[in-house]
Design a protein around this ligand. Sequence first.
Ligand SMILES: *Cc1c(COP(=O)(O)O)cnc(C)c1O
Ligand code: SF4
Length: 336
Amino acid sequence: MAEQFTVAVTEDVAELIDPAHPADPIAAQFVPAEAELTEAPEERADPTGDERWSPVRGIVHRYPDRVLLKPTLLCPVYCRFCFRREVVGKQGAVLDQASLARAFDYIRQRPQIWEVIVTGGDPFLLAPRRIADIVRILDQIPHLGVLRFHTRVPVVDPRRITSTLVEALAAEKAVYVVIHANHPRELTKQVQEAVLKLSRAGIPLLSQTVLLRGVNDDGAILEALFRRLVVMRVKPYYLHHADLARGTSHFRTGIASGQHLVRSLRGRVSGLCQPTYVLDIPGGYGKVPIGPCAAGQVGSSGEWIIEDGAGVRSFARCKGIAWLSCGAQIRIWRAL
Ligand SMILES: *Cc1c(COP(=O)(O)O)cnc(C)c1O
Ligand code: SF4
């Protein structure tokens, strides 16, 4: 069947799958489905345009101040909706030492690079000794301010978060870890313990979630997921609109329904539980927030319509040009 895309499931994920549930949200994320054979015309092999922005192997440099570094393209699981599904889990998926050295040189030679995002694949699949080497080398580059790791390991293979791995992340510079979680059921006791090891080491934690039809396109599920993350000391960072990877149309929702879900959380759920809803514009044009906008201008009159969390609209007149940075300058003079 969908043999062109790599398949893998960890023991922890296998235990979470409910075989009695025909549309189990955990199984849907990792077990190949017939629907993957359907390719929509708008889908592409490289939906986020990584290739276009890759000056040397293992580096993606799309924004001036930050680069992606991909030391491995292997993952502990292969998410069926993955935007890099054409490249992850393939032969030669680990960056060789010479290419890695060239990637470090690329970063060293460009003082405008402030942040390195170590991703893949999943960088936490590397041996802790190799992770420590990467951290040590990056830590010595003076113009870098932040090292950020993007990983699914704490959620799908929590036993890999050993004290050796946590020690490998120790650095002078700020090290952030961004975990990927899509459903509250993924956040088991073991996952909570793994994440706690990272936060006890002083590592700030963020999360990314992909909005997936039939998995988490539901206000109550997203609310439970984000609340549980925040309780685990993980700040929800991005809610990604699903990318146009080949064979993934069964996972995609419309943008309008994504906005509706985001709006339903606003005002009802703590601001700590609200990630930014983003779309990576197909073709490599970057990530942009696509959440519902509460403010709309009425023509060019300086008058605005502002919508609150309950959908109630107010009419606002702007007195000064700096109203967006100073709420006090908005005078609500009539409720619609
Ligand atoms: C997502 C992404 C980043 C990181 O973007 P942030 O908005 O800083 O999280 C950097 N480079 C590329 C190519 C990306 O796709
Ligand atoms: S862990 Fe990340 S990179 Fe790996 S298959 Fe899942 S979404 Fe793709």
